[in-house]
Ligand binder design. Structure first.
Ligand code: CO
Length: 151
């Protein structure tokens, strides 16, 4: 009897530890950008309504002015191409659009990074849905975009 209880408790603790581990894992995103305008992954899944930590690193070697990268997370349903087009003009703001309509689409964004640089941001995706993310450096959005799915 005692051993059955012990087994049961062990299972309970094990599953609790797994649940905590899984929870932590799902809300951390590690993403890189490189000199061929590629993110290492274009699809991530997180929990809606819970804080997400994103660590973004530019693993390229080309100068920031030629091959800078950022990650901009947009609201579900955003027109990514229109956003990226608007971003091209925002040179002084590191390609984060300054007009109100485009700004309103942004959930969060990293800094624009040069080679070897890294930035960590936190944000919360408020509800379940597909949140596009994009690098807003001119010309990059066609290759450098993906989806964060919040469940
Ligand atoms: Co880029």
């Amino acid at each position: 009897m005692t051993s059955k209880i012990t087994t049961l408790l062990t299972l309970l603790f094990a599953s609790a530890a797994l649940a905590i581990g899984a929870h932590h894992e799902t809300n951390k995103i590690e993403i890189t950008g490189n000199d061929t305008m590629q993110f290492n992954s274009k699809a991530f899944t997180v929990q809606a309504g819970q804080e997400v930590t994103m660590v973004f690193k530019n693993i390229g070697k080309l100068p920031k002015a030629a091959m800078g990268h950022n990650v901009v997370i947009l609201k579900p349903g955003s027109n990514v191409a229109a956003f990226a087009t608007s971003a091209v003009g925002a040179v002084a703001n590191e390609y984060i659009p300054t007009d109100d309509a485009q700004k309103a689409l942004i959930i969060a964004h990293t800094k624009l990074l040069g080679p070897g640089e890294e930035d960590t941001i936190t944000f919360t995706l408020p509800e379940a849905g597909e949140y596009p993310f994009v690098c807003s450096f001119p010309g990059h959005f066609a290759l450098m975009q993906g989806i964060i799915t919040a469940k």
